[in-house]
Design a protein around this ligand. Structure first.
Ligand SMILES: Cc1cc2nc3c(=O)[nH]c(=O)nc-3n(C[C@H](O)[C@H](O)[C@H](O)COP(=O)(O)OP(=O)(O)OC[C@H]3O[C@@H](n4cnc5c(N)ncnc54)[C@H](O)[C@@H]3O)c2cc1C
Length: 429
């Protein structure tokens, strides 16, 4: 059996250890027939399925492992507005789409908060995200962020923090300033994904776990096959992102898997919490290769970063990430690390989300290049629009040519790693 066809349980993360629901949807067996079949139950797949179910379509959602098993259930949980590649879309399609892009940029936040409220999803959602500047010159961008919001009459709270405010709000001298936005925030991502899948199921979506899709038989109504069954549908949406190996003729060497890694400390005492993050915000630096952190609901510090673009995971995640955490918080030197894990991000060479279709009715949306919590929810809506014939926002993405690296996936990963080495050096200068 090829590795991508082996069924797995969740990785041993803090999130998997604190889920509200251990999902146990059945494996796909026999023949099923629906309007739309979605492959992959991370945020992209679940958001697509839920949007379609809300609109009255019959949907099957097939997951190789468990709901949220991939990046969606392992990430930093930072709800950050925006989508990778919007500036390139504006360059290609012109200033006429500026308002549409601004709406796209914030649509993910809106979908997430609405669904948490509408379906009563318990996922520790918090308001507040700060982008911090490890170097003095990076603080200049924050004025631009504020001006942009002013131009759009942005109705939510935001603040520019100088060095002193940043030091006192985050209990560290590592940063020279910050931009705090309270429309962004943070969440327990696995509980969000599982809660959204539960909502979809209650609206009639047939969910199958432990059911790796092995092939797609194209035609007027494609058949999506697993080892023990198939789903026939008018349209298919592929949402396997960095973990997908389906449709290699069309999709190989388009999206490259890069690793990002997180450690979780033991729960921290109140005095430490009050020193390092009393406002309980999510934090991410502005570097090209980012470090990010936040507190969990039970006050662990979840510290992540060190994206690895070569396709090789570090032998020991803790010893890879811990020095980075201690550089920001040397006072946590004696704190115990309870969890360490990693996951795969899908990186696209030009950083624009790779969305399109094969043979008219097999759609895909892959490659969020790092920031996907919000973007996946927007793309889920755009995929749901597209399969039902509303193409305006889909065409923005699908109309863009993507470069594919000739040769093996390994060559592509080395090229990306080389490019990122340049950015890592730039970050250090
Ligand atoms: C460590 C880490 C930290 C991150 N931090 C943040 C953050 O703080 N904020 C943010 O915005 N973004 C973050 N990201 C990125 C974000 O998590 C992703 O962009 C997003 O979750 C991608 O969602 P997805 O549904 O497209 O893919 P995934 O969540 O990876 O889901 C793909 C699913 O498809 C399934 N699948 C694949 N092939 C098949 C098949 N053949 N048959 C059936 N199922 C299949 C997989 O099992 C998997 O469950 C982070 C990513 C990582 C790895």
């Amino acid at each position: 059996m090829r590795p991508e066809h082996q069924k797995q349980e969740h990785t041993s993360s803090y999130y998997a250890a604190s889920v509200n629901e251990v999902t146990d949807y059945p494996e796909l067996e026999g023949a099923k027939s629906v309007d739309i079949c979605v492959v992959g139950a991370g945020f992209t797949g679940v958001a697509t399925a839920l949007t379609l179910a809300e609109r009255g379509f019959s949907v099957a959602l097939i997951e190789a492992n468990r709901i949220g098993w991939g990046a969606s259930g392992r990430n930093g949980g930072q709800i950050i507005n925006g989508m990778s590649g919007l500036a390139k879309l504006r360059k290609k399609h012109g200033d006429g789409i500026a308002d549409m892009l601004w709406d796209l940029r914030w649509r993910g936040n809106e979908i997430i908060y609405d669904r948490i409220e509408k379906y009563g999803i318990q996922c520790d959602v918090k308001s507040g995200y700060v982008e911090v500047a490890p170097k003095p010159k990076q603080t200049a961008w924050f004025e631009e962020y504020a001006e942009e919001r002013e131009r759009h009459n942005f109705p939510y709270k935001y603040e520019i923090w100088d060095r002193e405010e940043t030091c006192s709000a985050l209990g560290t001298e590592a940063f020279h300033g910050g931009f705090a936005c309270f429309r962004d925030g943070h969440v327990h991502p696995l509980n969000l994904c599982i809660g959204e899948a539960r909502a979809a199921h209650e609206l009639g979506v047939q969910i199958f776990e432990q059911s790796p899709v092995v092939s797609i038989e194209h035609g007027k109504r494609p058949k999506v096959r697993t080892a023990n069954g198939y789903v026939e549908a008018d349209s298919v949406v592929l949402a396997g992102n960095a973990y997908s190996r389906l449709e290699p003729k069309h999709l190989s060497n388009l999206v490259f898997p890069a690793g990002s890694y997180i450690i979780a400390t033991e729960p921290l005492p109140d005095d430490v919490v009050n020193e390092i993050n009393p406002r309980d915000v999510a934090v991410c630096d502005v570097n090209e290769v980012v470090d990010y952190y936040r507190l969990s609901a039970d006050k662990r510090l979840l510290y992540g970063g060190a994206c690895n673009y070569s396709g090789r995971d570090p032998a020991n995640i803790k010893s890879y990430i811990l020095p980075r955490m201690l550089k920001v918080y040397p006072q946590l030197e004696n704190v115990r690390i309870d969890y360490e894990w990693g996951g795969r991000i899908g990186v696209v060479l030009n950083r624009v989300i790779a969305a399109g279709r094969i043979n008219n009715n097999v759609y895909y949306s892959h490659g969020y290049s790092g920031h996907g919590v919000c973007a996946t929810h927007v793309m889920g809506e755009i995929m749901a629009d597209a399969v039902s014939g509303t193409m305006e926002r889909y065409d923005l993405f699908a109309g863009l040519e993507h470069m594919r690296v000739p040769g093996t996936q390994w060559i592509g990963n080395q090229l990306i790693a080389l490019g990122m080495l340049f950015y890592k050096m730039k970050d250090r200068l």
